[in-house]
Design a binder for this molecule. Structure first.
Ligand SMILES: NC(=O)c1ccc[n+]([C@@H]2O[C@H](COP(=O)([O-])OP(=O)(O)OC[C@H]3O[C@@H](n4cnc5c(N)ncnc54)[C@H](OP(=O)(O)O)[C@@H]3O)[C@@H](O)[C@H]2O)c1
Length: 293
């Protein structure tokens, strides 16, 4: 199958490309290859390449969106809409990523958000992502919207992706203890996308590892898995509240998710977040030590 991946240089895009490349003709379109905010280029590119599947992984970060709502709309609404229209024109399927940030997360301790729950985004990024979902659904009937949350894995510099390595290197980190969400190991996300494609059912999915944690709980578990002593953990992990992080965009406080559509089509529950994190810490610390030899 011919698969075009936009935003292919990012965390999810690069892992999808790596997964699909051996068995498919993969067109890995990094930002420099295709700017999805250039509607004409998007149309031309998809019509020229005529892929059977387009996977859109392009995004700009939450705080950047808060400071630039025009950019947020261009990348998260107009770009995906143009891609979905072009995909529809060539009869391709379309996979588009969205986020737990479409929910307001106000009710701490609530049941995980399901697809039936009404979204109420509280920041510019979340609002744009929600509008993007709607634009994609309208533009391409063969589309799957994958809402995911707190994704981590090799190749990204982010709190979740590097906490265990930073701690092992003796770096102090600050971890927010009053914001909770589902986490998603990118390898598990890719595996679930493969299952969704095999099932051939379009719709809206929530793809996350089971369970919920705060950034602080995630860091504690990463430290434990990396073999740090309790004293070292106390020394290296500073606990802070969200308000102290002074981030530009407000974060929804409590957004665990659960996937009714996966359940309906018989996909097994994704593994629990601690088990996924254990896999990541094991593989990435092994990689580090062989790299440094
Ligand atoms: N990572 C998460 O925790 C998370 C959580 C929920 C949902 N998601 C969703 O998952 C998707 C992929 O996220 P990710 O974590 O893989 O993001 P990422 O690692 O930040 O990668 C995004 C990629 O998009 C590229 N890009 C930015 N603007 C673009 C444009 N106008 N045209 C084409 N490419 C552009 C970036 O390139 P440059 O860096 O060169 O600009 C970057 O390579 C997004 O839809 C995101 O909203 C992610």
């Amino acid at each position: 199958m011919k698969i075009a991946v936009t935003g292919a240089g990012g965390l999810i895009g690069s892992h999808l490309v790596e997964h699909f490349a051996p068995a498919h003709e993969v067109l890995a379109l990094k930002h420099a290859d295709l700017d999805i905010t250039d509607g004409e280029a998007v149309g031309r590119c998809v019509l020229d390449l005529r892929p059977a599947l387009v996977i859109n992984c392009a995004t700009v970060e939450v705080d950047e969106c808060e400071g630039d709502s025009k950019l947020a709309r261009a990348v998260h609404v107009e770009g995906p809409q143009a891609l979905a229209q072009a995909a529809s024109r060539v009869g391709a399927g379309f996979i588009h990523f969205s986020t737990n940030y479409v929910f307001d997360g106000r009710e701490i301790g609530r049941a995980p958000y399901a697809i039936e729950d009404e979204p109420y985004p509280i920041n510019v990024y979340g609002k744009a992502k929600l509008a993007g979902e709607r634009a994609v659904r309208q533009a391409c009937s063969r589309s799957a919207i994958i809402r995911t949350s707190w994704v981590y894995g090799a190749g990204k510099k982010s709190f979740l992706s590097t906490a265990h390595r930073d701690l092992l290197a003796g770096k102090r980190i600050r971890a927010v203890s009053d914001v909770w969400a589902s986490t998603t190991y990118v390898a598990d996300l890719v595996a679930r996308i493969v299952e969704i494609l095999a099932a051939g059912r379009y719709g809206t999915y929530h793809v996350v590892n089971e369970g919920v944690c705060s950034y602080y709980e995630f860091a504690l578990e990463a430290a434990r898995l990396a073999g740090l002593t309790d004293d070292r953990v106390k020394e290296l992990i500073g606990v802070i509240q969200e308000v102290e992080a002074k981030r530009l965009a407000p974060r929804p406080r409590y957004t665990p998710m659960r996937c009714l559509l996966s359940e309906e089509i018989g996909l097994s529950p994704m593994r629990e977040w601690r088990s996924a994190l254990a896999d990541y810490v094991r593989t990435s610390t092994t990689f580090t030590s062989s790299e440094s030899r």
